[in-house]
Design a protein around this ligand. Structure first.
Ligand code: ADP
Ligand code: ASP
Ligand code: MG
Length: 465
């Protein structure tokens, strides 16, 4: 079998974790499987890099740079020592060189007092740049040949949209050409989260982007299966940190995972299903620390059971916008003006709802885009296109997901009756045309309770055939 296996930050957090990773890879290598690996940064490293990069342009000095670089050195060298002691000198020198260049870039950002999207992408790719050589060495330590490549070297070509780049179709052929020969030699290790533009500028694929890298590389190399290794037994009926009796799902469909991850289920990056779906590749989510558990299968048509609702999720980093104005009634082009104004400012609109009177349009946007959105819409108020724009950051969006909801009458009634009885006030409702998702907006503090109420209403913690 040909596999693409991705290990997330939690699976490579220290030397002990990396030994579990190498055990898994060794087993498949010995069984004669062809395996390529995508790795993330160690848990927390990308957050540290983002925090310092954003601080430096306005910081009075760059006194925080040296301690951060020293902490990264200590963590990665300790990991290397535990995972690949024979490669301490060789790979230690690689890490040292990368840390020196990271230190230079960070100092430059402070000196220039400027962090461009392009330089930010380059800085935040360093978590993966520091970790991947350690995984390569840990494989060689067990006698498995391994070449380490960054996302660009592996063939991932992207749009120039820094921080949220999308892979281009041309990546497929490039990946095949670069990765296939390496599969015959051993286990190639590819740095997740990054790609590059046609002119070689480094881009990143969005937070948790290594899942997306895995799917892009898996599709490019025509993998039989893509396995996403993480720290839970699979995709669950809800976030186990919110719902303590959440249950692992045996199988889900591509569409269901897309809906879940779009609405905040951290277990997968929202765009990561696309490349696998295009090539109809089976994706499995498995636990690095419990490899014997079957995990969750993601396929075109997931397992159908008697329950129409399969999983629930919520996202609290959103804000709502209400656009009012009787002028909108019957006047063509108002929606176009609103969405053009938002698109021009690259605002990500996650949910839309319009009252039948047409006097009101409500939107849910990414919380980080709220200022840009409100400014863009203020111009429409000034021009008299709409009367009033208000916004609220104290909201969260909850998604109820299940392909079985399509055509099943009464699910909406059950959802909103249960919420009403629990005293949860619903501020906005939206149902996608796929009918695999009903999403709604509640006050931020009501989010976890809304999920709890519906988890009980649809008996999601009970095993079902
Ligand atoms: P990784 O480092 O492997 O990428 P992440 O922390 O990004 O791991 O994602 C795994 C985490 O996602 C789990 O530990 C779990 O807490 C969280 N999570 C949120 N929603 C779900 C869900 N529906 N099913 C499984 N895990 C979920
Ligand atoms: N290291 C990146 C992040 O933290 C990518 C990933 O972990 O998938 O977002
Ligand atoms: Mg992740």
């Amino acid at each position: 079998m040909r596999f693409l296996m991705k290990f997330g930050g939690t699976s490579v957090a220290d030397a002990q974790c990396i030994r579990c990773v190498v055990d898994i890879l060794e087993k498949h290598h010995k069984a004669g499987d062809e395996v390529a690996v995508v790795v993330s940064a160690q848990r927390g490293v990308t957050d540290q890099l983002i925090a310092i990069a954003e601080k430096l342009p306005t910081a009075t000095d760059c006194s925080e740079v040296t301690p951060l670089v020293a902490a990264l050195r200590k963590r990665h060298m300790t990991t290397l020592e535990g995972a690949a002691p024979d490669y301490l000198e060789e790979v230690g020198a690689v890490i040292e060189k990368r840390l020196a260049s990271l230190q230079h870039i960070l100092s430059a950002i402070h000196n220039l007092r400027e962090l461009t999207p392009r330089s930010k992408d380059y800085v935040i790719s360093y978590g993966e740049r520091l970790l991947a050589p350690i995984i390569g060495a840990a494989l060689r330590q067990r006698g498995i040949p391994s070449t380490v490549l960054d996302g660009c070297e592996a063939g991932i070509l992207t749009t120039p949209q820094h921080g949220e780049a999308t892979a281009l179709c041309e990546s497929d052929g490039r990946i095949k050409k670069r990765i296939e020969p390496l599969l015959k030699e051993g286990i190639p290790v590819i740095m997740g989260f990054m790609g590059c533009t046609g002119s070689g500028i480094i881009t990143t694929l969005g937070r948790s982007g290594s899942d997306y890298s895995a799917s892009i590389i898996g599709a490019g190399m025509d993998a039989d299966e893509i396995w996403i290794w993480t720290d839970v037994d699979g995709i669950m009926t809800s976030d186990p940190r919110v719902i303590n009796d959440a249950r692992v799902l045996k199988s889900v469909s591509y569409i269901e995972v897309m809906e879940l991850s779009y609405f905040g289920a951290k277990v997968m990056h929202p765009r990561s299903i696309d490349p696998a779906m295009r090539k109809n590749i089976l994706v499995r989510v498995k636990n690095t620390f419990n490899p014997g558990a079957p995990g969750t299968m993601i396929v075109r048509n997931g397992h159908r059971d008697s329950r129409v609702v399969k999983a629930l999720t919520y996202i609290d980093k959103v804000a709502s916008i209400n656009i009012n104005g009787a002028q909108m009634i019957g006047r063509p082009g108002v929606a176009k003006a609103i969405f053009t104004a938002l698109a021009d400012k690259e605002v990500n609109v996650m949910m839309i709802s319009q009252g039948s009177s047409e006097a009101n349009i409500s939107l849910i946007v990414d919380e980080s885009h709220i200022d840009a959105a409100v400014n863009a819409l203020a111009a429409l108020v000034k021009d008299g296109v709409v009367r009033e724009v208000t916004h609220n950051k104290d909201v969260c969006a909850v998604a109820v997901v299940g392909a079985g909801m399509a055509g099943a009458a009464g699910t909406g009634g059950r959802i909103f009756t249960a919420l009403g009885l629990a005293g949860v006030n619903v501020m906005m409702i939206s149902q996608g045309s796929s009918e695999a998702n009903i999403s709604f907006v509640v006050r931020q503090e009501d989010g976890p309770r809304a999920v709890r109420v519906l988890h009980d209403e649809f008996r999601l913690s009970e095993e079902c055939n």
